[in-house]
Design a protein around this ligand. Structure first.
Ligand SMILES: NC(=O)C1=CN([C@@H]2O[C@H](COP(=O)(O)OP(=O)(O)OC[C@H]3O[C@@H](n4cnc5c(N)ncnc54)[C@H](OP(=O)(O)O)[C@@H]3O)[C@@H](O)[C@H]2O)C=CC1
Ligand SMILES: O=C(O)[C@@H]1CCC=N1
Length: 280
């Protein structure tokens, strides 16, 4: 995909909804060399709106329509349950050339197009909160009305805050949601549990946390930078007859693989349910 980074720098990008994920994306984008003047957000909660303006120096709106009128890329960052009401309240012409970038879990581009009316350029994206520190991972899917230039623009925006991957079938976005959209929560939970277990073994909380976080960071960095796959990297830690072997056996005894399969399946199925419940 040819990157249109210059196009991104000249585009006005507006977020409808200034909650957790929008804040992560906005924070990450502000650390790239995107001028804050090109970023807008509309958010009903005044305190949250003010905080976004104070923290990032971006333009804030109480009114979604004012934001849509001002921006060529509209990022739909409200909860899936809020999306239909937000979109159907907007006035926009089908030929206005705007790119709609939805980050809502589950909700399909066909539903959005129906609510917006007419043929619309819609990119469905599933980012994650590490975007705030420019270490995000985003899956992307474009509907058939999205031009190559708009695809480049969407990719540039998400690429500025981390890694991007296009999927070819929209259904795959529910798997991306279960894996990398929700994924940071699984790793944070493992960190919480490892820290608590280490405290029970006698380490001070602060020491346990530091060692946990650096170990998570080091493991991820090693897996990203070394050719060996995660299974081999795990074997490299596991000395025969040693300590890791016992820990891995204890995890296998509780069928941790099946637990992860069930967890990702549950997240995937919830994305489908959200689409079926809310997509009409
Ligand atoms: N959190 C995450 O890690 C990820 C979230 N997503 C997706 O991002 C979207 C947002 O999630 P998240 O940030 O967690 O949720 P939040 O609830 O934190 O953010 C949504 C924001 O939109 C505001 N809002 C509500 N109604 C309107 C309206 N009419 N106009 C403008 N803004 C409105 C909400 O206000 P109020 O709270 O008052 O309702 C809230 O501030 C969801 O669709 C989710 O699926 C995708 C990837 C990862
Ligand atoms: O939990 C959720 O529904 C959202 C989507 C992916 C991460 N958070």
């Amino acid at each position: 995909m040819r990157l249109t980074y210059a196009a991104m720098k000249n585009a006005t990008i507006g977020f409808i909804g200034g909650g957790n994920m929008a804040r992560s994306l906005i924070g990450g984008l502000c650390q790239s060399d995107l001028p804050p003047a090109s970023l807008h957000v509309s958010e009903p909660d005044e305190t949250r709106r003010q905080a976004l303006q104070d923290d990032f120096g971006i333009s804030v709106h109480a009114d979604n329509q004012a934001l849509v009128d001002a921006c060529e890329v509209v990022v739909l960052a409200v909860k899936p349950q809020q999306l239909k009401a937000v979109i159907t309240a907007l006035q926009s012409r089908a030929d206005d050339g705007k790119l709609y970038l939805t980050i809502a879990a589950g909700i399909r581009t066909d539903s959005l197009q129906q609510w917006l009316g007419g043929e619309r350029s819609i990119v469905r994206a599933m980012p994650n909160t590490p975007a705030l520190v420019q270490s995000g991972a985003t899956g992307l899917y474009a509907n058939r009305h999205v031009t190559e230039t708009q695809k480049g623009l969407a990719e540039s925006i998400l690429r500025a805050v981390g890694l991007t991957v296009w999927v070819t079938e929209e259904a795959q976005m529910d798997a991306v949601t279960a894996l990398s959209g929700s994924g940071p929560a699984y790793f944070f939970m493992v960190m919480e549990m490892m820290e608590q277990a280490a405290v029970k073994l006698g380490l001070p909380t602060e020491t346990a946390r530091l060692l946990t976080l650096q170990t998570a960071f080091g493991a991820a960095r090693l897996a990203l930078e070394i050719e060996e796959d995660p299974a081999q990297l795990r074997r490299n830690v596991t000395s025969p007859g040693g300590t890791t072997e016992q820990a891995i056996q204890a995890l296998a005894d509780h069928d941790i693989q099946q637990m992860f399969e069930q967890a990702l399946q549950a997240a995937h199925d919830r994305a489908r349910e959200l689409a079926d419940e809310l997509g009409q």
